[in-house]
Design a protein around this ligand. Structure first.
Ligand code: IPE
Ligand code: IPE
Ligand code: MG
Ligand code: MG
Ligand code: MG
Length: 308
């Protein structure tokens, strides 16, 4: 990940950690997805195409960073990180379909339905989703106890479903061409994107050897919700200010699709101010937790100041 001029809020050591963790996620994903030589070849090849070789891996990074607060074993965090990334990739593949956002570019390459075909892209999403849960509950698991497995499945299933990401996507599709109130837009964003970002943090914390106090749990959840909303506010801003080359996806697509966003509701300046407020709120929640939140702090700054 190159960050250009926006190295605000984190240092070279954090940058190295990010690169190392992203590489580890790539390796684990490559190992956990079936080979393209496994039948059916085309489906497995398309799943690998969608999941490998791109993306910032922000949700896995959040899993690992949150895991540091509770001294979680790396083997457990790897499972949780890969599971949530698979759900995220599935959401992107479906989000890009002609019946949804109708996008042709993703992570700098043709979208899954363009490279393969629509029916395959539909099945890629279905199969990535079930693979995520299969990984979390594998029977031969030394990384996760049954209690940990159950808790991770509960968090991820809720976040991906109709009261989380899928529900937010439904509101998004229903909102095309409509003027939403700030409260309605916040709900849409909190669900379609915020839910999985929040889940990443909660899953990292759920892998712990130690558990958080109720007060610390509450602050971590407050952090996770703020960071989730922040992520989509910045996505809205970048859709408007970024270039297709930098974003790796078609710039200006929200306006072209007549989507309600923070930029068209509040204007660019107020949307940027909101992002700053959310970042500060998120950081404040972290400071109330105290120990071992340095990586989450730096990741929040990355999310706020990223260029793609
Ligand atoms: C894009 O997510 C879609 C949203 C939920 C806003 P990311 O910006 O995390 O996309 P990748 O994974 O880095 O490609
Ligand atoms: C993404 O929202 C929400 C998802 C669940 C994928 P967007 O539609 O704004 O994401 P991009 O901009 O296409 O990545
Ligand atoms: Mg969308
Ligand atoms: Mg989209
Ligand atoms: Mg977007």
């Amino acid at each position: 990940v190159t960050l250009g001029a926006t190295t605000v809020g984190f240092d070279a050591a954090f940058h190295d950690w990010m690169a190392t963790t992203q590489a580890q996620v790539e390796t684990t994903l490559a190992a956990e997805l079936h080979a393209s030589t496994t039948l059916p070849h085309r489906l497995h090849s398309a799943m690998r195409y969608a999941a490998l070789g791109g993306g910032k891996r922000v949700r896995p990074l959040l899993v690992f960073a949150a895991g540091e607060i509770v001294d979680a074993p790396a083997s457990a965090l790897r499972k949780a990180a890969v599971a949530i990334e698979l759900i995220h990739v599935y959401s992107l593949v479906h989000d890009d379909l002609p019946c949804m956002d109708n996008d042709t570019l993703r992570r700098g390459r043709p979208t899954c339905h363009v490279e393969y075909d629509e029916a395959t892209a539909l099945l890629v999403g279905d199969a990535l989703q079930t693979r995520a849960f299969e990984l979390l509950v594998s029977a031969d698991d030394s990384a996760l106890t049954p209690a940990h497995q159950l808790e991770l499945v509960r968090i991820l299933a809720h976040a991906a479903g109709s009261c989380g990401m899928a529900g937010g996507q439904a509101i998004d599709l229903d909102s095309v061409g409509k003027a939403l109130s700030v409260a309605e837009l916040e709900l849409m964003h909190a669900l379609k994107t915020g839910a999985l970002i929040r889940a990443a943090v909660l899953m990292g914390a759920a892998c712990g050897k130690t558990t958080l106090t109720p007060a610390a749990s509450e602050q971590l959840d407050r952090f996770a919700k703020r960071a989730g909303l922040l992520f989509q506010v910045v996505d809205d801003i970048l859709d408007c200010t970024g270039t297709t080359a930098t974003l790796g996806k078609t710039a200006g697509k929200d306006a072209a699709n007549d989507k309600p966003t923070y930029v068209n509701l509040l204007g660019l300046t107020a949307a940027r101010e909101l992002a700053e407020t959310l970042r500060n709120d998120a950081l404040q929640a972290l400071s109330a937790i105290g120990a071992q939140t340095g990586r989450l702090n730096a990741l929040t700054c990355f999310i706020a100041h990223r260029e793609f």
